[in-house]
Design a protein around this ligand. Structure first.
Ligand code: 2DT
Length: 231
């Protein structure tokens, strides 16, 4: 199997500087002449993405399960593109992915209420439609506390940009991270680097430097085939 390009995902809470950091990293990769495609989820340009956009801006209402499936469908419609970019040597850098999908939906009280027996059932339900999507080689979670977010001017106008919601989302993200970085079959191999938490409460340049340290080892390419999420 010839080398292919890496798939890198940046996840984070609102006000974590996720979009800024993703775009700084993108510019740096381009300045090094590394073929890179920047993607963002939700991709609001597709037909499904337009429904998501209208929901996020509270211009339409949808059942929580239905919107969850739309977010996942929005990733599936781009999945073949992601795989073919990677195999043809283009690094894919992605602003949010399936982890946001799970964290934001599993944080909703209404969705948790569908599965009264255990909270874990809600998480498993949220994860199911994303099983088998192309798996990132590295996911960087930009972590910020609710207090730090407040210092940065609080949240914006969209549906999920409320303190209580963001707190619950952060908890689910951390749970997902623990699961992603736990050793596979007890062997502490390279898979433990798939999920890395970065303290995004620091200065922009400091965070950007740390991101680059994480990404640089991957730019030479990856030997394994594109993996599948949670398989
Ligand atoms: P941005 O602010 O980054 O545009 O995100 N979200 C995102 C979900 O609820 N499920 C998903 O699968 C994804 C990708 C996070 C818009 C909001 O959409 C949420 C914030």
């Amino acid at each position: 199997m010839p080398r292919r390009a890496p798939f890198i995902v940046i996840e984070g809470l609102d006000r974590s500087g996720k979009t800024t950091q993703t775009s700084l990293l993108h510019s740096h990769l381009e300045s090094l002449k590394i073929s890179t495609k920047l993607l963002k989820f939700p991709d609001r340009t597709t037909a499904i993405g337009k429904m998501i956009d209208s929901y996020l801006r509270s211009q339409s209402e949808l059942d929580d399960h239905a919107i969850h499936l739309l977010f996942s469908a929005n990733r599936w419609e781009l999945a073949p593109t992601i795989t073919s970019l990677l195999t043809s040597g283009t690094l894919v850098l992605c602003d949010r992915y399936a982890f946001s999908g799970i964290a934001f939906s599993a944080a909703k009280p209404s969705l948790r209420a569908t599965f009264p027996s255990t909270e874990n059932d809600a998480l498993l339900w949220c994860r199911a439609p994303d099983i088998s999507l192309p798996a990132p080689d590295l996911t960087i979670f930009l972590d910020i506390t609710p207090d730090q977010a407040k210092l940065r001017g609080g949240y914006g106008e969209e549906r999920y940009e409320k303190e209580e919601m963001q707190k619950r989302v952060r908890e689910v993200f951390h749970r997902l991270g623990e699961e992603m970085s736990s050793p596979v079959d007890g062997v502490n191999d390279s898979k433990d680097k798939r999920w890395v938490v970065v303290d995004a409460g620091r200065e922009r340049e400091v965070v950007a430097r740390e991101l680059w340290q994480l990404v640089e080892p991957l730019i030479e390419g990856v030997d394994e085939e594109v993996g599948r999420l949670w398989e």
